[in-house]
Design a protein around this ligand. Structure first.
Ligand code: ADP
Length: 421
């Protein structure tokens, strides 16, 4: 009897101990589920209600785990697609917290913005307003500027802000339109500069023609003088229009030059001879060296000629009377180096980086007086790029020196016969 009682106690104690352990495992699974850890299982083998509860809980965890994996793989797929996009993307939930972004957005704001609010990621009042409106169900398209990160320049963004269905949140797609806006500004400046340049000779031509018409043509002396002025301005107009046409042709991506071996020494000699009357008229000493020894270069004859004419013509134009122009051509490994240098006051260093810009002149009055359009070096820059060369300028000790490097025809670098700038 006593033995039976003792056995009953032991069994009872063991059963209650197993129940306590099972209950603890159940608690651990529930805790894991609340923390979105769907991989934990109770794995109870005991019969009875606690065991059944454990098995039901495991089945629930299994279902949640499968659903979560599917959801995660959908999100991963979505992120891969978003990362392949050129635009920055931000998805926020109904409380304005960012739930999804892509790499372009992280790059733009300088950090991973997931978990932050839209407002923390992009600090601009117009954007905040657009987000608020999208939360009310209204789409918006806006453009604004933000600071650049990592020392980069300010960015101009065009944002398309749209509400998600059932007001679950907002999706914003950002296009970085900085380059477009810079190009717009450059275009506007160019049109303003070009019309200003064209207006000056046109106004002069019109003014002198009207003066002639109003009676000056009856005074032969005055008529001759006025006609000369008209002709001078007409030539200037022609030079401008020609340079503008050249520039638009050479700037374009479409123009491809057929490169072939060109004997640059002979070409340089021809160019210097062709401009001899100008250099003689100013009493300049022109010293040429290396013309007979340089190996052929890979270029397009007419393009290279136009570059050399511009450089030698400028050297003659900007050398004061009685000064000196030095032209040298020499072979280096891979390149032929052509130098055109001239004496004179030189170019102050702050102007040097800008002389290849369109319409940039160190002394605008002097350039115009000498028949310059301010476009010559800009044309040179584009042509040099198209023939695969490089051009630099320096100025020291009263000398200005343009150095042009063109690939040698016998260099492996000049294998490609068609240039794409
Ligand atoms: P421009 O028609 O005015 O000569 P360019 O584009 O050829 O236009 O040159 C731009 C400016 O660079 C010139 O206005 C001049 O101030 C300066 N420059 C160019 N070449 C020389 C040179 N050889 N010596 C001194 N200054 C020069």
């Amino acid at each position: 009897m006593l033995t039976g009682l003792a056995l009953g106690c032991v069994v009872g104690w063991m059963a209650s101990r197993r129940d306590a352990l099972d209950t603890q495992r159940l608690q651990e699974v529930v805790q894991a589920l609340t923390e979105r850890d769907f991989d934990r299982r109770a794995r109870l083998s005991s019969p009875g209600q606690i065991g059944d509860l454990g098995r039901s809980l495991d089945a629930l965890a299994e279902r949640l785990s499968t659903g979560d994996k599917k959801k995660r793989s959908r999100k991963d797929r979505l992120r891969t697609i978003l990362d392949a996009m050129a635009e920055a993307v931000m998805v926020t939930d109904s409380r304005g917290r960012i739930t999804l972004t892509n790499e372009v957005l992280s790059d733009l704001v300088g950090f991973d913005a997931e978990g932050k609010t839209a407002i923390e990621a992009i600090r601009h009042p117009d954007f905040h307003l657009a987000i608020e409106e999208a939360q009310q169900g209204f789409s918006g398209l806006l453009e604004f500027e933000i600071d650049g990160v990592d020392g980069r320049a300010r960015r101009v963004l065009r944002a398309s802000v749209s509400p998600l269905r059932y007001r679950q949140g907002v999706v914003t797609v950002f296009h970085d339109v900085t380059a477009e806006r810079v190009a717009d500004q450059v275009r506007r400046d160019f049109v303003a500069n070009a019309s200003h340049e064209l207006r000056t000779p046109l106004t002069a031509i019109r003014g002198f023609a009207e003066t002639l018409q109003e009676g000056a043509m009856n005074d032969p002396e005055a008529a001759k003088r006025f006609l000369e002025v008209i002709l001078r301005h007409a030539r200037r107009l022609q030079a401008l229009v020609d340079d503008l046409a050249d520039l638009s042709r050479f700037e374009g991506e479409e123009l491809q030059l057929e490169l072939e071996p060109v004997v640059a020494g002979a070409l340089l000699d021809e160019v210097v001879r062709g401009l001899e009357s100008q250099s003689k008229a100013k009493g300049l000493k022109v010293v040429c060296s290396g013309l007979d020894h340089a190996p052929p270069v890979m270029a397009e004859g007419r393009a290279l000629e136009q570059v050399l004419v511009n450089l030698v013509d400028n050297a003659i134009k900007y050398t004061p009377e009685g000064g000196e122009v030095r032209v040298n051509i020499a072979a280096e490994e891979g390149d032929v180096v052509i130098e055109v240098a001239n004496s004179g006051p030189g170019i102050p260093s702050k102007h040097l980086p800008r002389v290849f810009e369109r319409f940039y002149r160190v002394d605008a009055g002097r350039s115009r007086e000498l028949g310059g359009t301010g476009l010559g070096l800009s044309i040179v820059k584009h042509l040099v790029a198209k023939i695969g060369g490089r051009i630099t300028v320096d100025s020291a000790g009263g000398w200005t020196r343009f150095q042009l490097r063109v690939p040698r025809a016998d260099s492996p670098r000049s294998d490609t016969r068609v240039s794409r700038s």
